[in-house]
Design a protein around this ligand. Structure first.
Ligand SMILES: Nc1ncnc2c1ncn2[C@@H]1O[C@H](COP(=O)(O)OP(=O)(O)O)[C@@H](O)[C@H]1O
Ligand SMILES: [Mg+2]
Length: 231
């Protein structure tokens, strides 16, 4: 039997790409203990769904895993290295793609411009950014919307643009916080299929916070949370 890196149901330690060890998060604003000792290990290429009631700390956990915020205790490790010891900006700009429930697209920019935004933090020469963005839009099944602005797109199309943006710097991790939460059931199915395809095609590690039983059922593994802890 292989030992698992963090308790039961996790991957064995050689394949772990992302790990949380004893994560604590306290928000001074409101004096909230959002995470109360969360440990988990995620394997390279794995698709994990994080579920649990509203307010239990799912988004907080995803933000810590993605380096968007720092824990008040414990550490996140990427390929065995603690994020507290590495350049957090470079980590989340280059290794992590983030997808949000409400897309977070810039309303005045076209699709092809929105997708280029993270490329300013990437290695791409200026002249390569627009063709690269167009290729990403084609990859997410949106080849004919390059010059549309978010307001001219359906919600499902907006989420595709946001997914293309998340891929801008060829991340290893794709972290999605309720990516189908604003979608009708048909768009949800399409976005779920797209994320699953991208994960296989690109070898991505995919972590999705979700309330949707369909999305959770598609994952390799489900992690349930309650009151700032994994249950
Ligand atoms: N930026 C913040 N400042 C203060 N409190 C926060 C902040 N973000 C989340 N919280 C609180 O932390 C707890 C966990 O929130 P969150 O991680 O968003 O849960 P979930 O995503 O599971 O709904 C909640 O009580 C929430 O109100
Ligand atoms: Mg949330």
């Amino acid at each position: 039997m292989n030992e698992t890196a963090a308790g039961t149901g996790g991957p064995n330690s050689e394949t772990v790409i992302l790990e949380g060890r004893g994560l604590l998060k306290h928000y001074d604003d409101g004096d909230v203990q959002a995470l109360r000792g969360v440990s988990l290990a995620i394997a390279e290429g794995e698709f994990v769904a994080i579920t649990g009631p509203s307010g239990c700390g799912k988004s907080t956990l995803l933000q810590l895993l993605g380096g968007l915020d720092r824990p008040t205790g414990g550490d996140v490790l990427f390929r065995g290295r603690p994020l507290s010891a590495i350049d957090l900006d470079a980590y989340h700009a280059r290794q992590v793609g983030f997808v949000f429930q409400s897309f977070h697209l810039l309303p005045t920019l076209t699709s092809v411009e929105n997708v280029q935004v993270p490329m300013f933090e990437g290695p791409w020469p200026r002249r390569e950014r627009a063709p690269r963005a167009a290729a990403l839009l084609a990859e997410v099944g949106l080849p004919h919307r390059n010059t549309h602005r978010p307001g001219q797109l359906s919600v499902g199309e907006r989420q595709r643009v946001a997914i293309a943006r998340a891929l801008a710097n060829d991340p290893t991790l794709l972290l999605a916080d309720e990516p189908t939460g604003n979608l009708d059931s048909r768009s949800q199915d399409e976005i779920l299929r797209l994320l699953a395809d991208l994960r296989h095609r690109r070898g991505l590690t995919l972590v999705i916070v979700t309330h949707s039983p369909e999305v959770a059922a598609a994952a390799d593994r489900r992690i349930a949370m309650k009151d700032g802890q994994i249950t």
